[in-house]
Design a protein around this ligand. Structure first.
Ligand SMILES: [Zn+2]
Length: 290
């Protein structure tokens, strides 16, 4: 399959035709997703099955998404959920069920934004590093996006961006050193135990790419080294966390004294534009580039 991605676009799904007159000109009739489409936006795939086709199966990353019988226009709409590295497969079978052609292609999707859901979603318990932690769905998806960023870009084991490594979640008043930043939604602390300094930096970067205001916090100022992260735009942010988000976009560290951000300044994404304008932080939009 020689279809390649245009910058910022996710490539199309693979097609598998079973039985009858098998045709697999892979690009035919496939409508590629919009540039930048990742989580949230819908991608549409259309295939005009030839008169002799018996079954059309849509595959993405080895997973069957839909199956249609007979000729005609077959269309699939799906929310893309795996930006980063993807594998596409095209398998063509003859009428007897024998595999006559198999093509595989790895594609690295560049420039895709990891866009969080618009809605907060339900608050759910997760098994954290030392006990049960609570995260709302938007925050949990953003954490998964940080993992995907690490899967695509490396530098730190992707599994470190996961609820299992969360030391303190959201809706939590148990840790006084957190100064109220975890009282509402959008907050989490990630363990950095066993990670080298460069890996810790990479974890901070991944969380920022996913839309968190995130900093490495160190002992002895804090009881344990960890990454403190606040989800930008979370509707449940308490005042203390909102103040930290402001600090983040102003290139500060979010602590008393408002020192310079030690991680090189905020990562600004297009989806943050309405939030930044609403909060009077439009100055940060200058970091958007285009
Ligand atoms: Zn924290």
């Amino acid at each position: 399959m020689n279809r390649t991605t245009t910058p910022g676009a996710i490539a199309a799904a693979a097609l598998l035709l079973v039985g009858g007159l098998v045709l697999a000109r892979e690009d035919d009739g496939i409508v590629a997703p919009a540039a930048g489409a990742t989580i949230g936006p819908e991608a549409r795939f259309v295939f005009d099955a030839p008169p002799g086709a018996r079954t059309t199966i849509f595959l993405m990353d080895q997973v069957e998404l839909a199956r249609f019988s007979g000729p005609g226009r077959h269309e699939l709409t799906r929310r893309l959920s795996q930006p980063g590295r993807r594998q596409f497969n095209v398998k063509v079978y003859d009428a007897a069920g024998g595999l006559v052609r198999h093509a595989r292609r790895d594609v690295v999707v560049r420039g895709g934004d990891l866009v969080p859901p618009a809605a907060r979603g339900p608050i759910r318990p997760h098994r954290g590093r030392t006990g049960v932690v609570r995260l709302n769905e938007r925050t949990a998806v953003m954490l998964a996006n940080a993992r995907r960023w690490l899967e695509a870009h490396g530098g730190c084991p992707p599994g470190r961006a996961a609820p299992a490594w969360v030391l303190q979640g959201s809706y939590s008043r148990s840790v006084s050193a957190s100064a109220g930043t975890h009282d509402g939604g959008g907050a989490l602390d990630l363990s950095v135990a066993g990670l080298a300094p460069a890996q810790r930096e990479r974890l901070v970067r991944a969380l920022r790419e996913a839309g968190f205001a995130a900093w490495l916090r160190r002992a002895p100022t804090f009881s344990i080294d960890h990454v403190h992260a606040i989800a930008v735009g979370d509707p449940d942010l308490p005042a203390a966390a909102r103040a930290q988000v402001r600090d983040y976009f102003q290139g500060r560290d979010g602590l008393k004294g408002r020192r310079r951000d030690p991680h090189g300044g905020p990562v600004v994404k297009a989806w943050m534009r309405p939030f930044l304008q609403r909060e009077g932080l439009s100055g940060a939009l200058g970091r958007l580039g285009a």
